[in-house]
Design a protein. Sequence first.
Length: 313
Amino acid sequence: MTISQIGEFGLIQRVVQKLEMGPTCLLGPGDDAAVVVAPDSRIVASTDVLVEGRHFRRDWSSGADVGHRAAAANLADIAAMGAAPTALLVGLCAPPDLEVAWAEELAGGLSAEAGRVGASVVGGDMSASPTLVIAVTALGDLRGNRPVVRSGARPGDVVALAGRIGYAAAGYTVLSRGFRTPKLLVEAFRRPEVPYSAGLAAARIGATAMVDVSDGLLQDLGHIAAASAVAIDVTASAFDVPSQMRDAASALGVDPYAWVLAGGDDHALAATFPPDVDLPSYWRRIGTVTEGAPEVTVDGKPFTGRTGWDHFR
């Protein structure tokens, strides 16, 4: 069955049945707007768009996979501000011949990923479109903490990373070459594992700057360097490259560090901390902040390859 056969309101009814409301939702779908708790009185907001053929392919990922990925991309931005996610709003633009089952899987994936952090999909909108587009807005609560922005890094700070890096980029390369293994890498592209709790923890222990690594580690650290007017040096040996990634890189003729340093979509969190902070084990030191013109180097030298993703290049 396609969505043109059941219509907009029939699809809405089916999709809403897939959504579970968490404790942060006071009023969910069904009215002109939702009502979400905001104990801190400051609301953190972010939005992201996934376009079929640009960000995902239906022959690579299920509807549930895309739902998890769309939610994760936005929830990670909230975590990178040192906040706790509370709600998602979803805009769906879909071709009329899209299967209803796929849309239901999408809703289930969105709801399940939001549920990992106690958030809910509280509403949205939909429209017919020749291209499948999923636009997600995320809301979050600072829980009394200051927001961790990109402009706070200081010379002498350490640079640390929470979460996996390079896995999703490797999975994308594997899929684009027509393969479906190694499963570890392919699944990382389909459903990123975001260290959500590390963001709130970083805010509490004094992170000076933080960013969601969505477009490539070096490129996203470059945003911190530019906003903070500092230089950042990354230590290549600080990264563990799993055997599956090394084997895939060898088979495909790729330098695995190109995935680690410049690949995106894992949604790891990168942050800077004062040098005397006792970092939890899930934050690993990967570099230092120094005085100098805003730039990011690797082992003291400029990186010669591509540093990340740019939609218009």
